[in-house]
Design a protein around this ligand. Sequence first.
Ligand SMILES: *Cc1c(COP(=O)(O)O)cnc(C)c1O
Length: 369
Amino acid sequence: MAVPLLDLKRQYQTIGAELEAALIEVARSGLYTGGPAVEGFEQAAAAYCGVEHAIGVSSGTDAILISLMALGIGAGDEVITTPYSFFATAGCVRRTGAKAVFVDIDPQTYNIDPAGIEPAITENTKAILPVHLYGQCADMEAINEIASRHNLPVIEDAAQAIGAECAGLRAGGFGLAGAFSFYPTKNLGAMGEGGMVTTNDADFADTVRRLRNHGMSAQYRHEQIGGNFRMHALQAAALTVKLRYLDDWTVRRQHVAATYRRCFEEAGLTDRVTLPVEQFERHVYHQYVIRTERRDELLTALREQQIGCNIFYPLSFHEQPCFADLGYKKGDFPQAELASEQTLALPVFAELTDAEIAEVVDAIGRFLD
Ligand SMILES: *Cc1c(COP(=O)(O)O)cnc(C)c1O
C-alpha cells in the first residue's frame, strides 16, 4: 500500500463546500487585497495565538523579513539563529544586510540550544531569531531570560508551530514578534501563499502594518521604505474557515504521533530508531521526524515501497554555498550536521489512517530487520 507524505485533497474533501462558499463571497465583494476578509482573519488568528495583534502578510518568508525590517536591522548588525531550519530563516537575515550568527541545536529537539546563545552575543547583536522546528517550541523561557538580560528583541520563526505551547504561552506570543507561514503544507495552510506577524507591542504592530504597504504613513506619504507584503483576501477567507478546524487537526496529528510510537515499540524498533522527544506540553507535529544511522538507505527503501518520506534538512546553513562568506566550515555545528545526516520525516497529517501508520512502520521494520 502506497502512503503519501501529505495529501491535501483529503482535507479538501472534508471542508471543500465551506471553503468554496467563503471564496465566492470574497469574489463577489470586489475587495481582493486587505479589507474585511483580512481583518476578520487577523482578529481570529490573534485570539488563537493569544496575542494583541496579528498582521496578515504575503508569506512566512515576508513575515520574517518585515519583522527584521521593523527593527531596523541591516548592514553591520548580527542576528543569532539556528543553522538548522528552512532556508528562509537565515535567508531573510542576509537579505537585510545583517550577518547571521549560528548557534548549534539541541540534538533531542532539533531546536537552537539556549546554552550556546550567550557566548555568541557581541556588541553588534541586534536580535535573537529562534525557530520552533517541526511544531515544537524552542526553549523560550531560557531564550527570553538571556534576551532580557542583554536587552535584545526576540523574533520567533513560528512558521511550523501555530498552536504549539510552552510554559502556558503559544508560539508567536513569547517574543517581540512571531512570524507564521500559511504555505499550503503547513498545519494551517492557505490555498496559495500567506503569512502573519504576531506581536503584543502596539508600536511594532503599527510599523509592520506600514511596512506591509510600502511604508506608507498617510496617503502617498512614505516615512520608511517597505514593500508590497499584503495578504490576499481570498487567502484570508480560506484561512478563516480552516482556523476553526485547526485544533481538531492538531489532535489528529498528536494521535498520529502517539500511534507511531506505539507501533515502533510493538515492533521492537526503538533501539535502532530514535523517535521525537516532547520537551513541552503542546507539540503540534508539523513533521514527525525519526533518526537512524542508516537514514540514506532507509530513504531509498521506503521510496521503493512508495512510502512518502523526506529529509528536512539535508544541508545546514553554514554549509550552504550562498553563506560561504560567513566564514563557517564543516564541523562548526556538529549537532546540526548529524541531524542533517540522520533524520527522516515520515507522513503526518490529520487524515492519515492508523492502517497507513502501521504500513509505514512495517516497511521500516522490513528494512531494519
Ligand atoms: C515554511 C517556512 C518558512 C517560510 O514560509 P513561506 O510561507 O514558505 O515563505 C520560514 N521558516 C520556516 C521554519 C518554515 O518552515
